[in-house]
Design a protein around this ligand. Sequence first.
Ligand code: ADP
Ligand code: MG
Length: 460
Amino acid sequence: MVAGEKELAKLWALVKNSLQREISSKQYKAWVEKSTKLLRFEENKVAVAVPNSVVLKWLSNNAKFKIARILSQLLGTDVIVEFKITPSAFREYKKRDKNSDTVSLFDPEAKYSEQVKKALEKAQIHPKYTFENFIVGKNSQLAYAAAAAVADSLGETYNPLFIYGSVGVGKTHLMQAVAHKVISKDPMRKVYYCSSETFLNEMVDSIRKGKTLDFRNQYRQLDLLLIDDIQFISNWQSTQDELFHTFNTLYNAGKQIIFASDRPPSEINGLADRLKSRFEGGMVVDILPPDFETRVAILKRYNETKHIKLPDAVLERIAVLVVDNVRTLIGAYNKAHSYMKLTQSEISPDEIEKLLGIDQASLQRKLTPQKIISSVASFFGVQEKDLKSKSRSARVVLPRQVSMYLIRTLLHFSLEETARALGRKDHTTVLHAIEKMKYLQAEDKEFAQNILRIKGKLVR
Ligand code: ADP
Ligand code: MG
């Protein structure tokens, strides 16, 4: 039986209709709806046109048998399904892809009224920096909880809220999330976000133009003031004075202030004591670099928003390679994603290393907790199973602690993950092991050398 184009289209519409009930609507939209077409139907073979190998692979793994069954039922005969990549399917797909690569999660446009959008813009708030888009890990739990509490009761819980942490860990995102929530609840609230540098520039500008009163009023009538990168304030004495008065006015009126900084108030050089004590007078919370689990969670969340998805193994490899900062983590994700989109082919965990060109790659490649444990065991001449056992004999305690230390520092596992790798539940033993390893390495040259040797074996 050979079918014409019209018949093929009709038949495929029926198949899609049935298939839609068997897979999630997200999957249907991403992989089937506009990216497939019935190409041929000859003998009992059906060829389905797909735009690229990524779609092909997904369909082969997830829908091939379903499609075959649906067709068999429709036609009353056994059918073999095959997928073919065709240029016309590719063109169709690209057309669609251009318009909608990112789905609703990061798409504020769909969700907010014009009034809210305008208010966000006026307050200098990035529409994507919301609580919903912020993945909470152990590294950010406390900061997140504090920010959420502040958003729910401005000026009443922690005032000021002072968030600190190294670059790219989500400080700006989190502080803006507070502003975002406040504005979307009530767009008339007066909110303003700026960096300490902008604060300085606006101040200097107002002096030059003889408009200091305007400057002061602009800041002092706010409901919520957010000043980012406040660590730079220490460079400018007059700005410190101005900020002090702004702070007092807002604070005394019960208005909320949030600061972000790359270090705690006590470590900001040249910060006037009176400001320091103000900064410390509310709640000071830190955000740490994300642990492995959180890194994977962040990557998965980004992946969910894309039509073309990176495989989990690739996400995990990225999380192994990029360790200290969410911004570079997302950068690495985007790089891998564009590569996959561009070449229309799947990328492997090993290719990702080349693509990212990360130095640590060779160290961390294929390094697993198991490999670390077995190297350590053979180095100390003990059995692997003893390291994972409950034994407290001195012979195995030290190598066990070395394993914990290496798993934690080389693989950037969380304390819990490290404990689990050695068959333990209690992560305080890991904490203890790491402290001891640091101490021993500092005190005992031979021991430090041994650690280096074990590492050297793992690198190769
Ligand atoms: P910082 O201000 O600490 O330097 P940012 O807030 O600018 O860092 O974050 C850098 C990027 O990483 C932003 O795109 C932000 O949305 C993203 N990001 C940071 N932390 C998270 C998180 N926990 N979940 C999701 N995205 C995050
Ligand atoms: Mg920032």
